[in-house]
Design a protein around this ligand. Structure first.
Ligand SMILES: NC(=O)c1ccc[n+]([C@@H]2O[C@H](COP(=O)([O-])OP(=O)(O)OC[C@H]3O[C@@H](n4cnc5c(N)ncnc54)[C@H](OP(=O)(O)O)[C@@H]3O)[C@@H](O)[C@H]2O)c1
Length: 260
């Protein structure tokens, strides 16, 4: 089938495109760098011609609720309107476990995306995944105070991006569920531990203090709100195995002491 990947140049999008091509599908990537602006729809009608399914893995770099909500609502509505015109049979969107429970400004946009998908004119499935193993690197790059890298105290059950990508392609191949599928990795981890182990495995030096974020978001990070529910599908690759595969270094699997 011909499948469009909105955000197909990003971290998840590249893995989705690879997986879809491996399975013999024809892919079309929707991204600004491919001449398609999804907040306005420029270039979209032509790109969607002949597509059976759309997988939406777009993203916006913001921590503000307004900007996140605007982006995900605009992109979703633009996509769904164009999909209906093009006769696309199903829309698969990637969301995050806990977006309906944790008071995080970015999550407000993800929840708005889910609601726009639910209300839209195209049969749909939403895959809610937990944090990716790659989240350790993203936190190391962005959670900084001066020269210090900080690691938020958070319970998470991270999943490999390639397993998320594979499940997204499965869902695009099948009939729309009209509901939510949850996917998590095989083991609960502490984000502090993940960030420190990633830093050690990649030769980053320096002390990485653990921080407890204040307010409702910090509470949600620490109390397990972002962990998968009982009915979640569970992936295969652990954080330890992912770290070894992607850094080429054997990991002791040693956990860092917490709260330091
Ligand atoms: N990080 C996690 O642990 C986690 C966990 C679960 C779910 N998710 C979800 O996974 C999704 C994908 O994340 P990611 O890290 O793969 O994102 P990413 O690497 O930042 O990629 C974002 C993609 O969106 C495209 N894009 C952005 N704005 C666009 C616009 N206006 N028009 C067209 N294309 C646009 C980008 O291409 P151009 O720049 O070329 O436009 C790029 O292909 C997100 O929705 C996120 O919420 C993340």
């Amino acid at each position: 089938m011909r499948v469009a990947i909105a955000g197909g140049t990003g971290l998840v999008g590249r893995a989705v495109a690879d997986e879809a091509v491996t399975r013999g599908h024809e892919t079309v990537v929707l991204a600004r760098s491919r001449g398609i602006e999804l907040t306005t729809g420029t270039g979209l009608d032509h790109a969607l011609r002949g597509c059976t399914a759309v997988i939406d893995v777009t993203n916006v770099a913001t921590m503000k609720a307004g900007a996140s909500t605007r982006f995900f609502e605009d992109v979703t509505r633009t996509l769904l309107t164009a999909e209906r015109r093009a006769g696309v049979e199903r829309h698969v969107a990637l969301s995050i476990v806990g977006v309906d429970r944790a008071p995080f400004d970015y999550y407000a946009g993800k929840r708005a995306q889910e609601l726009a998908v639910e209300a839209g004119p195209v049969p749909w499935t939403v895959l809610r995944a937990t944090q990716f193993h790659e989240f350790a690197e993203q936190i190391h790059a962005t959670a900084k105070a001066g020269p210090l890298h900080l690691a938020p105290k958070m319970r998470t059950q991270p999943i490999a991006v390639r397993e998320v990508a594979s499940r997204l392609v499965d869902l695009a191949e099948a009939s729309a569920v009209g509901g939510y599928v949850e996917l998590a990795g095989p083991e609960e981890e502490s984000l502090v531990d993940m960030v420190r182990r990633w830093a050690r495995a990649t030769g980053r030096r320096g002390w990485i203090p653990a921080v407890a974020l204040p307010g409702g978001l910090g509470r949600a990070q620490r109390d397990g709100t972002l962990l998968p529910g009982a009915g979640a599908e569970i992936g295969v690759e652990t954080f330890t195995a992912w770290l070894e595969r992607t850094t080429g270094r054997r990991s002791s699997g040693r956990r860092e002491p917490q709260g330091t």
